[in-house]
Write a protein that binds this ligand. Structure first.
Ligand code: UD1
Length: 388
């Protein structure tokens, strides 16, 4: 069977898409270097789907290794998720972002060209629209001014793809512009797992609810453009987003060639306040928050017009804001997330002990004894004693 190569397939959106690809009966090969993900994700994908995925632990900047993957497999299409995505970091380290995201994409595309593989899906972002009009984004709009190097890499790669298609119209390319992906797989086995202090809203809410961060700052509550004064975004469940890729691949299968651009969003903006209130209500958990200054570069409202994807791909996001909040928290409860505070107190331990301890922490979370910190400490002492 012809295979789909997924770069960055153990990451947040990548892993959910791999699950949907496998569910749709596709054969998948992942390449990833775990720069922002963990090897356990591979086991979880197998647990959810009952299917195997061929995996290469390589950096997509390494041309020889990427070529080897094409050499060893009959690849028919490529979905490119690999890339750095922290907006703030990209401002501080622009070269790191341009090198990894843009050079990586170029190496991948050159390799595809060499092996005559021309079906390509690129994970782009609504950030390429910049600030235009009233915040509603339609694919016919021009790309706007990006506000950070991360966004610029997305815009640059879109332009590269357009130029590539102009030069050789046998390419079959899709550009998918994501809005704000949140939520997790309903199994709670995979989800978003940011390291350290997150930047995006949902991981921040999750860390506050999990008592790893004392409170959430809501950046600005005096925006005139929204009903409650907080910013509004088009939050989309990551599983809906993943399914969008399957629909896109089916469309590319039918087309011989072309370059296609689609928004993947719900078309319904919700405010930050509505998101926080819904999270508190559906999960029955406290999320302390305060209103803070506006964050630089934030647009008051940003949402998609998803009509084109509905008409041409037959794709519509069906999961609600409640689903997004419930599934995000379920991912924390199911034990994938380990309270980093707990980890800090065991950092002194030698590596070989860590495995036992992290296993134990996972057990605690599985049984939902989340706040059983005392018990955890007792058990920790026992493990240390035993291992002496
Ligand atoms: C950002 C990126 C976008 C990227 C997206 C990933 C830009 C300008 N934005 O979008 O490219 O695709 O992340 O999901 O490049 N908020 C708070 N408190 C917090 C965190 C966020 O109030 O602690 C608010 C923000 O002010 C914003 C909203 O929540 O109004 C959403 O923020 P965020 O999750 O960071 O996404 P975007 O800025 O929309």
């Amino acid at each position: 069977m012809k295979k789909v190569l997924v770069t960055g397939g153990t990451g947040y959106i990548g892993s959910h898409t791999v699950v949907e690809l496998l569910n749709a009966g596709r054969e998948v090969i992942i390449i990833d270097n775990f720069s922002n993900s963990k090897p356990e994700v591979l086991e979880k994908i197998k647990q959810i789907t009952g299917k195997d995925v061929k995996f290469y632990n390589i950096d997509y900047l390494n041309r020889e290794e990427v070529e080897k993957v094409f050499e060893e497999n009959e690849i028919e299409s490529v979905i490119n998720f690999a890339g750095y995505k922290a907006v703030g970091e990209s401002v501080k380290e622009p070269l790191k972002y341009y090198h990894n995201n843009v050079s990586g994409a170029i190496i991948l595309l050159e390799t595809m060209q060499k092996y005559n593989v021309k079906k390509f899906i690129f994970s782009s972002s609504a950030t390429v629209y910049g600030a235009q009009g009233n915040g509603k984004c339609v694919e016919t709009m021009k790309r706007g001014e990006t506000t950070n190097p991360y966004g610029t890499t997305k815009s640059m790669i879109e332009k590269i793809l357009e130029d590539m298609y102009l030069a050789d119209n046998s390419w079959n390319i899709a550009i998918l512009r994501y809005f704000n992906p949140v939520g997790a797989h309903e199994s709670g086995l995979i989800g978003e797992d940011p390291q350290g202090i997150p930047n995006n809203l949902m991981p921040f809410i999750m860390k506050v609810a999990n008592k790893e961060i004392p409170q959430l700052n809501i950046f600005g509550n005096d925006y005139k453009e929204t009903e409650d004064g907080t910013c509004a975004r088009d939050f989309i469940h990551v599983v809906d987003l993943a399914i969008g890729h399957i629909k896109m691949l089916e469309k590319l299968d039918k087309e011989n060639s072309g370059i296609f651009v689609y928004n993947l969003g719900t078309g319904k903006p919700y405010t930050v306040q509505q998101m926080v209130d819904t999270f508190i209500k559906v999960n029955n958990i406290d999320v302390p928050y305060k209103y803070a200054e506006r964050r630089d570069g934030d647009l008051p409202v940003l949402y998609s017009d998803p009509t084109k994807a509905k008409q041409e791909l037959g794709w519509v996001a069906t999961r609600t804001l409640e689903d997004m909040c419930r599934d995000s928290w379920n991912y924390v409860l199911k034990g994938k997330w380990v309270n980093e505070k707990c980890f800090n107190c065991i950092k002194r331990l030698k590596n070989w002990r860590d495995w036992k301890i992290s296993n134990y922490i996972n057990q605690i979370f599985k049984r939902k004894w989340i706040w059983h910190y005392t018990c955890f400490r007792r058990k920790r002492r026992r493990i240390i004693k035993k291992s002496r």
